[in-house]
Ligand binder design. Structure first.
Ligand SMILES: NC(=O)c1ccc[n+]([C@@H]2O[C@H](COP(=O)([O-])OP(=O)(O)OC[C@H]3O[C@@H](n4cnc5c(N)ncnc54)[C@H](OP(=O)(O)O)[C@@H]3O)[C@@H](O)[C@H]2O)c1
Length: 206
């Protein structure tokens, strides 16, 4: 499976690229700046290209830009992405003095992205910290993925299963991205309160 990571020069994209390369995936990281992508790609032993070139001829596109750039980036890359399945890891958040809040109500970034691109879109990995991805061992947590029944969800679940010591859990239709993105706000408040990099584990599964 060849995977493009749009915004792959960021903390999460780099960590994901490094982990996927270690697992034997063919990875290309994208950036707005092709030189930056190539330089960082060389560090992790993966290809690096401008975002619009990175998303061509791959099996899965991971949208991993800064969250507030996800919508505009999806719009810019829609044509280049075509019908290639996508995984959106973004969370819509609002940072206030007293804590982190969920962002837009009644929808999610992932659903908005799905409304822009022709490709099927899944959402997931929001609770998986970049700091956990770069550890030697897969982190002792689960990875939640939601999406409508399509290729994007199937591939994202398959990928997520490789990243954690726990399970990749199907969290239902894409509209549940609202909950997964909101869960990021919960995790960030927990991290601040307990000085941690919290993850999630779902109990009670067979
Ligand atoms: N960090 C984590 O632990 C973590 C965990 C789970 C999910 N996530 C999600 O993963 C995504 C990336 O997080 P991050 O911490 O890696 O973010 P980040 O380091 O702040 O940014 C990632 C990349 O986004 C690109 N970018 C920034 N502004 C942009 C713009 N206006 N237009 C297009 N691209 C832009 C930059 O790439 P170029 O400048 O090279 O183009 C940057 O390297 C977020 O949606 C976040 O919610 C993060």
């Amino acid at each position: 499976m060849k995977i493009a990571i749009v915004g792959g020069t960021g903390a999460f994209g780099r960590a994901l690229a490094e982990r996927l390369a270690t697992l034997g995936y063919d990875v290309v990281i994208g950036s707005r700046d092709p030189e930056r992508a190539a330089e960082l790609g060389a560090v992790y032993g993966v290809e690096g290209k401008q975002n619009r070139d990175a998303v061509r001829d791959v099996d899965l596109v991971v949208l991993a830009t800064k969250s507030n750039a996800a919508i505009d980036t999806a719009r810019d890359l829609a044509e280049a992405i075509g019908h290639t399945p996508m995984l959106c890891v973004a969370s819509d958040l609002r940072f206030e003095k007293d804590g982190v809040y969920p962002g837009r109500l009644g929808t999610s970034l992932a659903e908005e992205v799905a409304g822009i691109v022709a490709a099927p879109v899944a959402a997931g990995l929001q609770t998986l910290a970049a700091a956990h991805l770069t550890q030697k061992e897969a982190p002792e947590e689960d990875a939640l993925v939601c999406g409508d029944e399509n290729e994007a969800k199937r591939m994202s679940l398959e990928l997520a299963a490789q990243l954690v010591a726990g399970r990749a859990i199907d969290a239902g239709p894409l509209a549940n991205a609202r909950a997964l993105e909101g869960l990021t706000a919960v995790i960030l408040n927990i991290n601040k309160r307990y000085r941690a990099h919290a993850g999630v584990r779902v109990t009670g599964l067979a």
